[in-house]
Design a protein around this ligand. Structure first.
Ligand code: SAM
Length: 237
């Protein structure tokens, strides 16, 4: 077994904060036709790892925006280590940030601002007329998700409802990559380790204790059996 290769993939995936693995991100880029002339905007980019992968594999030029200074600084450090200058990461609230540039691909993965329809409209502001949207979003595996899950997650549409919503907005899904338990385990435990680090700084913080417990309860009780995650590429005719 080439475990060095496997370890590199694991290390790389530690910089992804949502449930699409490195292979899925590659497949999305390939199927949607990314190439050296493509420009990509990634809103809520985390460490900017998706842009780094698409740059490495297809030569895209990219801009990533995220509100979290820690993620942006680590991402910038990583890009510098790899000598990548065609990807720029910017620390900002996406609602405070703006640009005149329009992009071939506009992406938002792993964050929701008032539902999927709002995401589509937000991304359209930055998209070239024939551009493509890349949206990573949670979905419900059942028709009527329990209230506990809705209270925790907000809107949780089924795949059919997601497709209907894209269609109502004039979009066709042209590439898609959905999750496995493995990606959820990576994300849930990455987040759990960060929550526990916070708790260790102040072990008397009762709301942090509660949050740590709730994180596991929600995952094993509701999210694992009932929730999925998929990344979609959508485009108009
Ligand atoms: C679940 S992570 C997904 C990160 C990345 N898209 C990925 O797939 O690896 C959600 C990201 O949204 C960022 N975020 C949340 N609200 C934001 C806002 N208003 N403006 C910019 N970034 C925001 C968080 O800091 C976090 O990095």
């Amino acid at each position: 077994m080439d475990y060095h290769h496997s370890l590199n993939l694991i290390k790389e995936s530690q910089f992804l904060i949502s449930m699409t693995p490195v292979r899925g991100i590659l497949e999305i880029g390939f199927s949607s036709g990314m190439n050296r002339s493509s420009t990509v905007l990634d809103l809520c980019c985390g460490y900017g790892e998706m842009l780094k992968i698409w740059h490495d594999a297809f030569g895209i030029r990219g801009i990533g925006v995220d509100i979290c200074g820690e993620f942006i600084r680590q991402g910038q450090k990583r890009l510098a280590e790899y000598g990548i200058t065609d990807v720029t990461l910017i620390e900002s609230d996406i609602f405070q940030w703006d640009t005149e540039e329009k992009f071939d691909y506009v992406c938002l993965s792993g964050e929701e601002f008032g539902g999927l329809e709002n995401t589509i409209l937000l991304l359209e502001r930055f998209m070239k007329p024939a551009g493509k949207q890349i949206i990573g979003t949670r979905y419900s595996k059942c028709d009527n998700p329990p209230q506990e899950l809705i209270d925790f997650e907000g809107e949780l549409l089924s795949l059919k409802q997601i497709n209907d919503l894209f269609a109502r907005n004039g979009y066709f899904i042209t590439a898609m990559y959905s999750d496995t338990h493995n990606e959820w385990e990576r994300y849930i435990m990455w987040s759990a380790r960060r929550h526990l680090e916070e708790l260790r700084k102040d072990t008397k913080n009762m709301s942090q204790w509660e949050w740590c417990r709730k994180w596991y309860d929600m995952y094993f009780g509701f999210r694992r059996p009932l929730e999925g995650y998929a990344t979609f590429v959508v485009e108009k005719v």
